[in-house]
Design a protein around this ligand. Structure first.
Ligand code: 5GP
Ligand code: MG
Ligand code: MG
Length: 173
């Protein structure tokens, strides 16, 4: 397998994270948010984003999967569910990437049933072309073409998540 040179460098990602954190801090000024990371993919983005927020933050996670290697199975599995009571809270869902939208839509609808005061979504990457379910995205880092990317939390077969940058992944032919 081949990992191309950085598609988004650590520096580009860092700048975007700061920009998103500033917007979020302004929008929620005077409020506390419950930041919910969708693992495993969002772990790096989540950690960088929350440490740049200037508002009170409570943290929780959901562990979900829908992907096998490089294709979505279209079926979302929840392996770990939020432990915080979200009723009346300002929930900010944080994920690495939105592709078909199936996973985020499923998670969003589940959380809405628990009646949070508000629910917004923040994602680093958007593969717009591939969308099959419409999900409202409130904060978005980068729009990217329809190519499989790894690094900065994103995996291929659970590998490459530790890369500090994002690269396009190509299978050997
Ligand atoms: P969706 O349900 O929107 O199709 O898929 C969302 C999930 O699929 C993401 O949270 C991510 O885990 C995985 N995914 C989608 N596109 C990519 C990609 O280009 N690279 C990697 N590593 N994972 C992806
Ligand atoms: Mg994910
Ligand atoms: Mg994955």
């Amino acid at each position: 397998m081949i990992i191309g040179k950085p598609f988004l460098t650590a520096e580009q990602i860092h700048e975007k994270v700061i920009e998103l954190a500033d917007r979020i801090s302004r929008d929620y000024a005077g409020k506390e948010i419950l930041a919910v990371g969708i693992l495993k993919g969002s772990f790096m983005f989540f950690a960088d984003l929350v440490r740049s927020l200037k508002i009170p933050v409570v943290i929780d996670f959901i562990v979900a999967s829908s992907y096998l290697k490089t294709t979505s199975t279209g079926e979302v599995k929840i392996h770990y569910e939020i432990k915080e009571d979200i009723a009346g809270k300002h929930v900010l869902l944080i994920d690495d990437i939105i592709d078909t939208g199936i996973s985020l839509n499923y998670i969003r609808e589940r959380l809405l049933l628990k009646e949070p005061e508000s629910l917004k979504i923040c994602i680093l990457l958007d593969k717009k072309e591939r969308r099959s379910v419409d999900v409202p995205i409130d904060y978005k880092g980068f729009e990217i073409p329809n190519q499989f990317v790894v690094g900065y939390g994103l995996d291929y077969d659970n590998k490459y998540r530790n890369l500090p940058y994002i690269a396009i992944f190509k299978k050997e032919r």
